[in-house]
Design a protein around this ligand. Structure first.
Ligand SMILES: [Fe+2]
Length: 284
């Protein structure tokens, strides 16, 4: 996690505060500052050059920001750590909350609307990004920063009753675990790509360091496992890739009902597999 910690609400938080986390309301913003827009334009030109071959392909692509060259990371830092975004988050969480960027999970995302039933179709169907909405003491806010986009598709943030056809320089903030959202629009296999940044911020109560570290560990673990499964099974060709893609979409639908259902299923299957391995019994 970044060392850049930020407290919401300034002077209002001299005493320990333990708030049950509520859903962070989906919030729309826009970079109007010319220097910010110059950073976005510069990043877009670099992405179009660096990922020319990937942009010509249909599947979506995620790249961890931490793996990019230093100049690109510096431009992304400018946007992620902007006062504009941080102040919007701070205004919508409990006074005194600690807002910590989760830079190790931030991604550059080249998006193509996708209907191939692979692991990344869930990016467009109804879904929650995360499955830890039962962790009451923390919130993960995700910023979708649109480096290049047109208004072809609309994102619906259902819980907050907010909709937006994002264009270049727009950004959206949403609750990673608690906002049911999806993409709407006429599916066009030859449409232009969108280029986004996905940046995440962990919001915890002031003076809740232990709970904060636990929330960070849980979020990081789930994030990497889910991301690896989605990447493995996007545009599936082999039976194994199709199977993982099926599970990704099955778990997403289960998570839409309740986050503990897919976790319980995984625990049950794991237990059964261990039992079979230990006692040599067939459970399937
Ligand atoms: Fe999403």
């Amino acid at each position: 996690m970044s060392s850049m910690l930020n407290e919401a609400g300034g002077s209002a938080a001299a005493r320990p505060q333990i708030h049950a986390a509520r859903r962070f309301p989906a919030t729309i913003g826009r970079f109007d500052d010319l220097a910010d827009r110059a950073a976005i334009d510069k990043l877009t030109r670099w992405v179009e050059q660096r990922y020319r071959a990937d942009l010509a392909e249909r599947p979506s692509k995620h790249v961890y920001v931490s793996t990019l060259p230093e100049p690109a990371i510096a431009e992304i830092d400018r946007l992620r750590d902007s006062t504009l975004i941080r102040s919007l988050i701070a205004a919508r969480v409990a006074p005194g909350s600690v807002i910590a960027p989760m830079k190790h999970t931030d991604e550059l995302y080249i998006s193509h609307y996708n209907k191939d039933r692979g692991g990344d179709q869930g990016l467009f169907d109804k879904h929650y990004d995360g499955n830890l909405r039962f962790l009451a003491s923390s919130v993960v806010v995700r910023a979708l920063i649109y480096l290049q986009s047109d208004a072809t598709y609309k994102v619906v943030f259902d819980d907050s009753r907010v909709e937006k056809a994002f264009e270049t320089y727009d950004f959206g903030l949403l609750d990673f675990h608690r906002e049911l959202h999806w993409v709407e629009g006429q599916y066009n296999p030859t449409d232009r790509q969108r280029i986004l940044l996905k940046c995440n911020y962990l919001v915890t109560p002031r003076n809740a360091a232990v709970a904060g570290r636990a929330a960070l560990a849980a979020n990081t673990a789930v994030f990497y496992v889910v991301k690896a499964a989605m990447e493995y099974s996007k545009s599936p060709r082999t039976p194994a890739e199709r199977a993982v893609g099926f599970l990704c979409n099955l778990f997403r639908r289960m998570n839409n009902v309740h986050p503990l259902i897919p976790l319980a299923l995984v625990a049950g299957v794991t237990t059964a597999a261990l039992a079979a391995a230990i006692w040599g019994v067939s459970v399937l």
